[in-house]
Write a protein that binds this ligand. Structure first.
Ligand code: ATP
Length: 246
């Protein structure tokens, strides 16, 4: 569904991603894992049009996204779900959800979309009139995901949904991702917790220092070997001892 070929991207004159090649198959959940600073968020920002393509290309269903602006991506069936703290804090939960349906095609089903978001995340229904800034981390993450779904995307780019969440809330969110996958959504998940990512992913990419270090079907990934690769090279770069596995 989405193909990335020899992509170079970064900030201003700085290149962060160096000729990365990735493919995201329709209906699958692909996890992108890697240590801090690997370039995972930069990759999602570039795919979603927030950062310019410096070299190479990104193709959605065969068509280049080079000249598609970020605001038009939902119209092409793709949304970026940022970390939960990037919800509109001064707006209510319901106003945030409505903001997700700004795409003309989605406007006609706002009522259905709201009902669906509240069914998926009952906690949001209880807090529909509450300001988003007063939500807990987990609720804000649910709201970010619910807002993204309001555009009726076929492809979701999700950035670190479990960041800073209690394990039980994180499990709830991962169960939602599995449900979305069963519905046929294509999901690109950036995640630092390798264990959680492997449990839901069909395919895994490991990134480090702006490059793809490993591309493998999730079912054939050995967690220990993955951690060796993930941590040993990070430790070699930082000159520090390996941290314990996530
Ligand atoms: P994390 O898991 O910590 O979020 P990441 O893999 O998502 O890490 P990025 O956030 O993509 O990594 O960062 C990759 C590199 O780009 C880092 O060296 C970072 O300092 C740099 N970077 C990120 N944002 C900017 C920016 N706005 N301007 C310049 N450099 C940036």
């Amino acid at each position: 569904m989405l193909e990335i070929q020899r992509l170079r991207a970064g900030y201003g004159g700085i290149t962060i991603l160096w000729d990365v090649d990735l493919r995201f198959a329709a209906g699958q959940l692909t996890a992108i894992i890697g240590p801090n600073g690997a370039g995972k968020t930069t990759l999602l920002r570039t795919i979603s049009g927030l950062l310019p393509i410096q070299g190479g290309d990104i193709r959605l269903r065969g068509k280049s996204l080079r000249n598609v602006p970020a605001w038009d991506m939902p119209g092409h069936g793709m949304v970026l779900v940022p970390e939960g703290r990037l919800v509109f804090k001064d707006m209510t939960v319901e106003e945030n959800l409505r903001m997700g349906a700004f795409v003309p095609a989605a406007r006609s089903w706002v009522a259905d979309g709201l009902e669906r978001a509240y069914t998926l995340f009952p906690k949001l229904a209880q807090r529909r009139r509450q300001l988003a800034g007063s939500l807990s981390g987990g609720e804000a993450q649910m709201l970010a995901l619910g807002r993204g779904l309001m555009a009726e995307p076929q492809l979701l780019l999700i950035d670190e949904p479990s960041l800073g969440l209690a394990p039980v809330i994180s499990q709830e969110l991962f169960a939602c991702l599995e449900a979305l996958k069963r519905e046929g959504k294509t999901i690109v998940l950036v995640e630092q917790s390798t264990r959680s990512a492997l449990a839901v992913a069909d395919h895994v990419y490991l990134m480090q220092s702006g490059k793809v270090l490993l591309s493998q079907p999730a079912a054939s990934v050995e967690l220990e070997a993955l951690h060796d690769l993930y941590f040993s090279r990070e430790a070699a770069v930082a000159g520090a001892p390996s941290p314990s596995p996530a």
